[in-house]
Design a protein around this ligand. Sequence first.
Ligand SMILES: C[S@@+](CC[C@H](N)C(=O)[O-])C[C@H]1O[C@@H](n2cnc3c(N)ncnc32)[C@H](O)[C@@H]1O
Length: 257
Amino acid sequence: MKNNLSVGYSSDELSAEACSFAERHNLACTGTDSASSELLLNFTPDYIELRDLSTNTSIHVDFISGALEHRRKYGGGRGQTIARAIGLKQGTTPPSVIDATAGLGKDAFVFACLGCSVTLLERSPIIGRLVEDAISRASHDEHFNQFIEHGFSLIQGNAIDYLTQLDETRRPEVIYLDPMYPERKKSASVKKNMQILQKLLGHDEDTDQLLDAALGCATKRVVVKRPKGAESLSEKKPSISYESKKTRYDTYIIQHA
Ligand SMILES: C[S@@+](CC[C@H](N)C(=O)[O-])C[C@H]1O[C@@H](n2cnc3c(N)ncnc32)[C@H](O)[C@@H]1O
């Protein structure tokens, strides 16, 4: 993690929680106004946000309202490309999914809305804290609880370690990967979310090992989200690819001996 980050709080009641998180992760803790870093994990009374102080933009995770709610209501169900990529068909039981690169949990929440049990793995404690905060805020919402009835739990840590050590009996049917990749060209269309994530995390450099760990663990398929036109991870040819407008899902079907 880059050291351009500090932890802040916008009200004194939150200082103990914010500063204890900062201490655990060896980060400075300041009031929001006195932060001197570029990024600030900011504890506010409404949510925890990641704020880019150089552009004055921020992101937080919300599983109840906003874009995710819209996608849940109108998102196209089992016909959408991501659903086909994980092998969801009419009349079949939705698979168990490990989202091994959970990020802000958007794709994971789509899987939950499709009826899958989902385990989210995220190695950044900062991003993990944003997702944890959103799960805890949503836990009182009746609709959220219906959508996650098959399971929606976050584990903070490196997915390569987790997947290679996972007990045989707990292996998921599907493992989903959406790693951070270097921007091929700086484009104005890179969404605010991604710009802040890129500032915090850079790009993932161990994706080849992650793909190998996933292929050794999933019982049915591994799905890798890629930008349309990008090369496949590890230059490994997928069994099949599904394309939507801007995205390609490379799908590796697990062959059993
Ligand atoms: C592009 S973001 C994923 C966005 C996510 N699909 C969503 O819908 O919000 C990639 C995330 O994967 C995480 N990540 C990458 N490699 C990982 C690994 N080996 N273990 C756990 N998390 C990893 C990064 O920290 C980053 O938060």
